[in-house]
Design a protein around this ligand. Structure first.
Ligand code: GDP
Ligand code: MG
Length: 369
């Protein structure tokens, strides 16, 4: 089911459309042909007509995340979005910090970066976006929502420790998400560092190094001494180029929630990652069961900006609540529409949770109020 309408349901059940509409009316519900029905409503109708059905979702919430079909000439190159994964203590946080500092010393960003869940660095004059939430939990949460927010996984493996359980887990995650892997062999400054052993161990996991005739790029780095960080950025860009990451910037923005929090002073603060389009001050936005009118946009450096473009992370003020990480967001034509869509989603979530809790049959009254 991906947003089945009255017409879809009629076809699927093999019941004439007027019968469905009549049934909905006797249940106190006025419905139109193209109206989308919630799963529970479809179930109630199926029961009324004594039909056995099974409602299947391709992925959680996939019904609210459309796929866009932009013409090739409207597409423009966008920055890759990179997630750093790897075993605990292998240097994910250190590497994220070290990479971030390459920007400050290069004098391009200037100032101190603030934590908004993602940041950007520039290499060869082009941006790379790093998700600042290392670890598998965030990645798994996003994936569970069907959100594809990462273009490249940087797999950090400590050269003095080698492949460990969470290294393998990270490989599994990247493969499940069909995201290319770049291996950063970290801590090469340490005594006992053995980058070749890391390559051998990972070759056994089908990550053959390019320098050995395989497909995977390896970069030996040290987050501590900052060795080879530019090489890592260069390699990320090479891999990104092969992916041909593009987006249409000239449409209303959509993308995903990276993180959100309730700030005592500023209210809900929501970091969005733009997948497509341009987000502007004054835009009406829906993210899951929450909506907002963009009051202010703040970039990863803490600067106020007027717009955010594809591949950019941006902090948004003006939401009515704190949507969960991984939620899809999109700009709609008006505040009113945003409010309606968010309320519909809230209702659906409420009904689903009532149904789950009580295990009872859900009536149309639950579904439509
Ligand atoms: P995480 O758990 O993967 O985020 O790992 P951390 O970034 O917290 O690093 C774990 C430990 O390894 C810390 O004590 C770091 O200082 C140290 N560390 C990280 N990278 C390097 C490196 O390149 N060289 C050395 N010598 N130590 C490092
Ligand atoms: Mg860490």
């Amino acid at each position: 089911n991906s947003g089945s309408t009255v017409k879809d349901v009629a076809e699927y059940l093999g019941v004439p459309i007027p019968e469905i509409i009549k049934k909905l009316m006797t249940l106190g519900e006025m419905a139109t042909l193209t109206q989308t029905l919630a799963d529970e409503a479809i179930q109630v109708i199926a029961d009324e007509f004594d039909k056995e059905i099974e409602i299947v979702h391709a992925a959680d919430d996939v019904d609210i995340e459309p796929t866009y079909d932009d013409a090739a000439e409207d597409l423009v190159e966008r920055p890759p979005v990179v997630t750093i994964m790897g075993h605990v203590d292998h240097g994910k946080t250190s590497l994220l910090d070290a990479v971030r500092e390459t920007e400050v010393t290069a004098g391009e960003a200037g100032g101190i970066t603030q934590h908004i869940g993602a940041y950007q660095v520039h290499h060869n004059g082009k941006a790379i976006t790093f998700l600042d939430t290392p670890g598998h939990q965030a990645f798994t949460a996003m994936r569970a929502r069907g959100a594809k927010v990462t273009d490249i996984v940087v797999l950090v493996v400590a050269a003095d420790d080698g492949v460990k359980p969470q290294t393998e887990e990270a490989i599994d995650h990247a493969r499940a998400a069909d995201v290319p892997i770049v291996v950063a062999v970290n801590k090469i400054d340490k005594e006992g560092a053995d980058p070749t052993r890391v390559r051998t161990e990972l070759t056994q996991r089908d990550l053959q190094p390019a320098e050995w005739g395989g497909e995977i790029e390896y970069v030996d780095v040290s987050a501590k001494t900052k060795q080879n960080l530019e090489d890592l950025l260069e390699t990320i860009q090479v891999v990104a180029d092969l992916e041909e990451l593009k987006a249409n910037p000239n449409v209303e923005a959509s993308g995903h929630v990276i993180e959100s929090k309730l700030d005592p002073g500023r209210g809900p603060v929501v970091t969005l990652l733009i997948d497509r389009g341009t987000l502007k001050i004054g835009d009406a936005v829906v993210a899951g069961a929450d909506w907002g009118k963009v009051r202010a946009l703040v970039d990863y450096k803490g600067d106020r900006v007027k717009e955010a473009h594809p591949g950019d992370p941006v902090e948004v003020l003006g939401f009515d609540g704190v949507p969960e990480a991984g939620e899809f967001f999109h700009v709609v034509e008006s505040d009113k529409r945003a409010r309606v869509l968010a309320a519909e989603r809230a209702n659906r979530l409420k009904t689903e949770s009532i149904a789950r809790r009580s295990g009872r049959k859900v009536s149309l009254e639950d579904v439509f109020t």
